[in-house]
Each structure stands twice: as structure tokens, then as C-alpha cells.
Design a protein around this ligand. Structure first.
Ligand SMILES: [Zn+2]
Length: 226
């Protein structure tokens, strides 16, 4: 539904010393898509677990961070990734900076939930993040209708205040956003729709950026005219 301006935060394979690790594709400090270098590795093990810690350096901002992996016998490679220290805050990402603190908190927590494998919680977190974002934008565009925005459901708000945007949505996305109990009950797992909802959030983040640029252009024009 949209062109990606940048890659999403995701788990990627990383080979070091003849071993395959799972790390995140972006630096937790500068949020750039990087291929970090290994500064050091640490290993902790007992009879049940084998934990490896990579100390990595970002080639762009030169800052260090840790990635913790479970390298014992696993059924699923996705379980290998445990943790990045520090966690990603996304504060330096320009599209996120435009948004309200409420959105930022919810969205960041949803991303962390997804990275930890809490897929159902992540899905509902993303849906609620989208609702906060869509309503924040609607209030910017229609300040006189704030009450109506606040008391509407996500889909009502989209239909009333983003009717041009909603034309771009796929049928599947609309079904998911309608949040119908039966739809979830009969369909596949919640988390199978997560990517659709994340694309929709990305779309509105770009839309908000454009909106704010338009507003600041108009402000400059009014200043000149005055
Ligand atoms: Zn960096």
C-alpha cells in the first residue's frame, strides 16, 4: 500500500566465528540500518543454557551495544535472540519525533513486545498505536471536532476524518481494523495481520510528516503576507 522509505526494525542473521547469531538490523543508538563489527564475545553456560553476548560497534555512530543470544539447543531459530542493550528508543527517528508522547510510548512498547515474541500483545499494541496516531492527526486537521474524534472508534474516525486515505486501504486491512470479534475468532492468529497494521502506521507517519511540512509552509506564507 505504500513505498517503504526505510527498512523496518527486524531480526537478521549475523555470522561470527563460525556461529550464527540473531541480531537486529538497526543500531539501537542511531537507528541506522548497519552491519556492526564485533568488539568482543562473552559466553555463560550451565547444564541447561548456553548464553552468548556479543559486544558490537556501530560503524556509523561508533557507539557500542550488547546483543544477547540463547545458543543452546532450540526448536526455533527465532528463540535464539533474547535482548539488545540498550533497547531501541526511536527518539532520533524524525517520523517518530513528530508524534505525541502517548503514541511514542505505545508504539515503542509494541515493537519491544514483538521482538520478545509476544505477538498477540504486539498486534493489539500496534492497533491501539494506530488509533492514537490517527486521532492525533484528525485533531490537528479538525481542531473543532476534537470531542467527536475522541469519542469515535478507530474505524469511525478513519471513515469520517480520513476518507481519502481510507480509499487506499486493502479490503483485508479494513476488515482487520473493524476489529470484529467474529473475524478474529474465525480467521487465523491475530499476529498474522501485524504487518498490515504496521504498514498502515508507516503510512500515517509519512502523512503526518507531509501535513506538518504543509502547515509550516502555510505559516511562512501568512507571515510574509502580514
Ligand atoms: Zn549507530
Amino acid at each position: 500500500m505504500m513505498q517503504k522509505n526505510e527498512k523496518k526494525l527486524t531480526k537478521v542473521k549475523y555470522n561470527h566465528d563460525n556461529r550464527e547469531y540473531i541480531i537486529l538490523n538497526k543500531c539501537p543508538h542511531c537507528n541506522l540500518d548497519i552491519h556492526p563489527t564485533v568488539e568482543n564475545t562473552y559466553r555463560f553456560e550451565n547444564k541447561s543454557f548456553e548464553i552468548h553476548i556479543l559486544s558490537l560497534t556501530c560503524p556509523s555512530c561508533r557507539k557500542d551495544y550488547f546483543v544477547v543470544n540463547n545458543c543452546g539447543e532450540l526448536n526455533n531459530n527465532q528463540e535464539r535472540y533474547l535482548l539488545t542493550i540498550p533497547g531501541h528508543t526511536f527518539q532520533d527517528e524524525s517520523l517518530i519525533q513528530n508524534t505525541s508522547k502517548k503514541f511514542q510510548n505505545l508504539y515503542t512498547q509494541s515493537i519491544h513486545a514483538e521482538l520478545q515474541g509476544n505477538d498477540d500483545i504486539a498486534f493489539f499494541g500496534y492497533i491501539k498505536s494506530l488509533e492514537v496516531l490517527v486521532k492525533d492527526i484528525a485533531i490537528i486537521e479538525h481542531p473543532d471536532s476534537e470531542d467527536m474524534v475522541l469519542f469515535s472508534s478507530l474505524i469511525q474516525c478513519l471513515e469520517k476524518f480520513h476518507s481519502t486515505n481510507i480509499h487506499l486501504f486493502s479490503k483485508k486491512l479494513l476488515e482487520v481494523l473493524k476489529n470484529d470479534y467474529l473475524h478474529y475468532q474465525k480467521g487465523p492468529e491475530f499476529s498474522s495481520y501485524t504487518e498490515l497494521v504496521k504498514d498502515c502506521i508507516d503510512y500515517f507517519l509519512l502523512y503526518l510528516e507531509l501535513l506538518q511540512k504543509t502547515f509550516s509552509l502555510n505559516d511562512k506564507r501568512t507571515e510574509k503576507e502580514a
